[in-house]
Design a protein around this ligand. Structure first.
Ligand code: ATP
Ligand code: MG
Length: 243
């Protein structure tokens, strides 16, 4: 039976989709079966990040609205990692029950289902979060991102998500800039968001190149290790949070 994770943020562009793609790759490398769902209807990006865009014909709305069988919408990145692309638009009539029925098709087969949500506190992030065991809030170490992560955290709690099922990932962390006082430090981020820390991903140009060249992170790099450590924590292993 799979565990479902929704990845959200307050403001946009903080690295949710980059995080989703790379954490899914790390979990798959840990021999877990992973289904990545692009939940960002209209602004899908995971098909591009995983370089399967040319194979997209159907999406998860086609499964919900019974235009295709689930196996036709699912794209294989590798044996352990598959992607469900997002529809180009999402009808107002979509309900939690409809999405939940679609998730149920996959729950037996996968160890982890990761949903990449749109930024903000709109209907879709709240709907996905309500169907997830855990919600991961991604934020960059600056005041605007921290405040918006706090806002999304409060909205999640108001919608019924338990504080204990919510975790923070600080993305684009640059230790040198923090030491110079140019970026918020880890304690500031936790204090300002009121969300417990799951992990820290460094600022890394390789992640930017990933979206164009699909070149994977080099093995044993700090960033690769950061994803690996978060993947292990997600799987319930005790791994120290290191910079
Ligand atoms: N750790 C990082 N280091 C350097 N660049 C990063 C890092 N994480 C993400 N980026 C870059 O930041 C940009 C935004 O990333 P991404 O599209 O993943 O954000 P997002 O939160 O999914 O955006 P949106 O809210 O629009 O869906 C991309 O150019 C990506 O390559
Ligand atoms: Mg995105």
């Amino acid at each position: 039976m799979s565990k479902v994770f929704t990845v959200v943020s307050g403001k946009g562009g903080v690295g949710k989709s980059t995080f989703c793609a790379n954490i899914a790759i790390s979990l798959a490398e840990q021999k877990k079966k992973v289904l990545l769902i692009d939940g960002d209807a209209a602004l899908r990006s995971l098909d591009l990040l995983l370089s399967v865009d040319s194979m997209v014909v159907y999406d998860w709305l086609d499964i919900i609205e019974k235009r295709c069988d689930y196996s036709k919408a699912r794209l294989f990145y590798n044996d352990n990692l598959q992607l469900l692309p997002a529809p180009l638009c999402c009808p107002e009539s979509l309900t939690k029950e409809m999405f939940s029925d679609m998730l149920d098709i996959f729950r037996e087969e996968y160890d982890c289902i990761i949903i990449d949500a749109p930024a903000g506190t709109g209907k879709l992030p709240m709907l996905y979060a309500a169907l997830s065991e855990n919600v991961i809030v991604v934020a960059t170490p600056d005041e605007v991102s921290a405040r918006s992560a706090c806002v999304v955290g409060n909205a999640l709690i108001k919608s019924g998500i338990k504080e204990d099922n919510m975790r923070l990932v600080i993305n684009r962390f640059d230790e040198k800039a923090v030491k110079k006082g140019k970026l918020l430090n880890i304690d500031d981020m936790i204090d300002k968001t009121y969300i417990r820390l799951l992990g820290i991903i460094p600022e890394d140009r390789n992640l930017m190149y990933f979206s164009v060249s699909q070149k994977l992170l080099p093995d044993y790099s700090d960033t690769k290790n950061a994803f690996l450590n978060i993947a292990k924590r997600i799987l319930g292993k005790e791994v120290q949070i290191l910079l």
